[in-house]
Design a binder for this molecule. Structure first.
Ligand SMILES: [Zn+2]
Length: 200
């Protein structure tokens, strides 16, 4: 039971944006205090009463039992009043550029081993290009060499996706216990979801 209480629950604000994780213990407190609703697989929301009723008929082994009743472990909750925005901007780092671009050359689409990918300046530094989210992409060695010091218009090589700062509201957030839940995936960016799985 202790381990169930310490599992991770994804917390959404009332606009359905993922803001952080809490543990099951905290999620149930918020639910009981009417500060949160449980979000189920069908995106239905439940208050404490309706979640408790649903828990009685559910056959999942993931239930918290207490003398009066038993209640299903929630995977996602939504805060009813709090509309805090997702925290912090995604840090500009090599690792996050790899995540954003899915380890894929943004010119030819190849996915070579990590050490055969380079970080390419779309507008070359020698032409005034800056090292920012909107001017760097992953490129395989051959594309990077072929592109050289040319502008996209000069060589006809344009990134498949225009580079931009990614929005992963949860990057850097600490997970509590338990496995990642498939239901989380509906509320978080694919790149972030992959990073949860990688770090598990
Ligand atoms: Zn390439």
């Amino acid at each position: 039971m202790t381990s169930l209480l310490n599992q991770s629950v994804l917390v959404l604000n009332r606009h359905w944006l993922a803001i952080h994780f809490c543990n099951v213990r905290r999620a149930l407190c918020l639910l009981y205090s009417d500060l949160a609703r449980v979000v189920d697989e069908a995106h239905q929301t439940h208050d404490f009463q309706s979640w408790r009723e649903l828990s009685q008929v559910a056959s999942s082994p993931e239930k918290i039992h207490s003398p009066g009743f038993s209640i299903l472990v929630p995977q996602v909750i939504m805060l009813t009043r709090y509309s805090r925005r997702p925290p912090q901007q995604v840090k500009f780092s090599r690792r996050n550029i790899y995540l954003r671009d899915s380890h894929q050359c943004q010119y030819c689409g190849a996915t070579p081993p990590r050490d055969e990918l380079t970080i390419d300046h779309v507008t070359p530094r020698s032409r005034g290009g800056r090292t920012t989210w909107d001017n760097v992409v992953l490129a395989c060695i051959s594309c990077n060499t072929r592109k050289s010091n040319r502008l996209p218009d000069e060589c006809g090589m344009r990134p498949r996706r225009p580079p931009a700062r990614p929005h992963w509201p949860l990057l850097g957030q600490r997970l509590h216990g338990g496995p990642p839940r498939s239901l989380w995936q509906k509320f978080v960016d694919t790149a972030y979801w992959n990073s949860i799985l990688e770090s598990d």
